[in-house]
Design a protein around this ligand. Structure first.
Ligand code: PTJ
Length: 248
C-alpha cells in the first residue's frame, strides 16, 4: 500500500498498475521495461506538463475533433494506466478505439478489450488484417479502424509502425516521454508528456475547443519546435539540478 502523502505517490501508483497488469498479462513483459524508461524521462522533464507539451495536447485535441475518422490506438501499457481516461477522451472527441499490439496474442487482445470495456470504452471489433506495410504481426489492424483513419493517436508506439502510418498519409500523433525516440521524431505531432497527464489534458481541451481555435492550432503546428522545447526543458532541469548541487 503506497501512503497518499508519499512525495512521489502518483508515479508509484502508476508503477504498481503496470506491475499488476503485467502479472495479468495485460502489459507485455517488455512493457515493464518501456515503463521504466518513461519514468526516467519523466524525472528529467520534472514530472510535470511543460508549456510546449500543453500546446501539443491542445493541438492533438484539435486534430481529433477535426478528423474524418480519428482512432485511438491502445496497447497494453496504455490500457493498464489510462482505461478510464481513454473512455473520457472517446466521449469528448468521438474517436474510435482500436486495440493494437506490438506483442500480439489473442489472449492479450481479449483481456485488454475487457479492461477497456469495464471502464466504459466502446472498443472497435472486427477481423484484424495485414494492412500495414510491416513484417510480422505488427502489420495487423482493423480495416474500418486504423487502416481507414485520417488521424491516429498512438501512445507509446514502436518506431517502425509509426513510420508506416506516416507513410500511409495519416496524421500521426504520439505521446512519448522520450523526445529522442524514433517514434517521437517520426510522428506528425509529438506530445512529450506522461500518458495519463497528456490524455486528461487533451480531453479537457477537446471539451472547450471551438472550430476557429482548432483550425489555428492545426495551421501553426511546428513539431520540430515542440521537440526542441522538450529537449530544452530537460536541459534546463538538469542545469537547475546542477546549480542546486553546487550551491549546497
Ligand atoms: O502492449 P504492446 O504489446 O503493444 O507493447 C507496448 C510496448 C510499450 C511494449 C511497445 O510499444 C514498446 O516496446 O514500446 P517502446 O519502444 O519501449 O516505446 C515506448 C516509449 O514510450 C518509450 O520511449 C518510453 O520512454 C515511453 N513511455 C513509457 N511509459 C510512458 C511513456 N511515455 C509517456 N508516458 C508513459 N507513461
Amino acid at each position: 500500500m503506497i501512503p497518499k502523502d508519499h512525495p512521489r505517490y502518483a508515479s508509484l501508483v502508476r508503477r504498481e498498475k503496470i506491475a499488476e497488469a503485467a502479472w495479468e498479462r495485460i502489459v507485455a513483459m517488455e512493457g515493464v521495461g518501456s515503463h521504466g524508461r518513461g519514468e526516467a524521462f519523466d524525472y528529467l522533464i520534472g514530472e510535470k506538463t511543460t508549456e510546449s507539451a500543453y500546446l501539443a495536447e491542445k493541438t492533438a485535441a484539435a486534430f481529433l475533433l477535426n478528423a474524418g475518422c480519428a482512432v485511438i490506438s491502445v496497447n497494453g501499457n496504455t490500457a493498464a494506466l489510462a482505461a478510464e481516461l481513454i473512455a473520457d477522451l472517446q466521449t469528448a472527441t468521438g474517436a474510435l478505439v482500436e486495440v493494437n499490439l506490438f506483442h500480439r496474442t489473442e489472449e492479450r487482445i481479449q483481456k485488454i478489450t475487457k479492461l477497456l470495456e469495464d471502464n466504459g470504452v466502446v472498443v472497435l471489433k472486427g477481423d484484424a488484417e495485414r494492412l500495414l506495410p510491416l513484417s510480422h504481426d505488427r502489420a495487423l489492424c482493423i480495416r474500418e479502424g486504423i487502416y481507414s483513419s485520417d488521424v491516429v493517436i498512438v501512445p507509446l508506439e514502436d518506431g517502425d509502425r509509426c513510420q508506416a502510418l506516416v507513410n500511409m498519409g495519416k496524421t500521426v500523433i504520439t505521446i512519448d516521454l522520450n523526445p529522442l525516440s524514433r517514434t517521437a521524431q517520426t510522428a506528425d505531432l509529438t506530445i512529450v508528456d506522461e500518458l495519463t497527464r497528456a490524455i486528461a489534458n487533451i480531453t479537457s481541451e477537446a471539451k472547450l475547443m471551438d472550430k476557429n481555435q482548432g483550425n489555428k492550432l492545426i495551421k501553426n503546428l511546428d513539431n520540430k519546435k515542440l521537440l526542441k522545447s522538450a529537449i530544452q526543458s530537460i536541459m534546463e532541469n538538469l542545469s537547475d539540478a546542477m546549480d542546486r548541487k553546487t550551491q549546497a
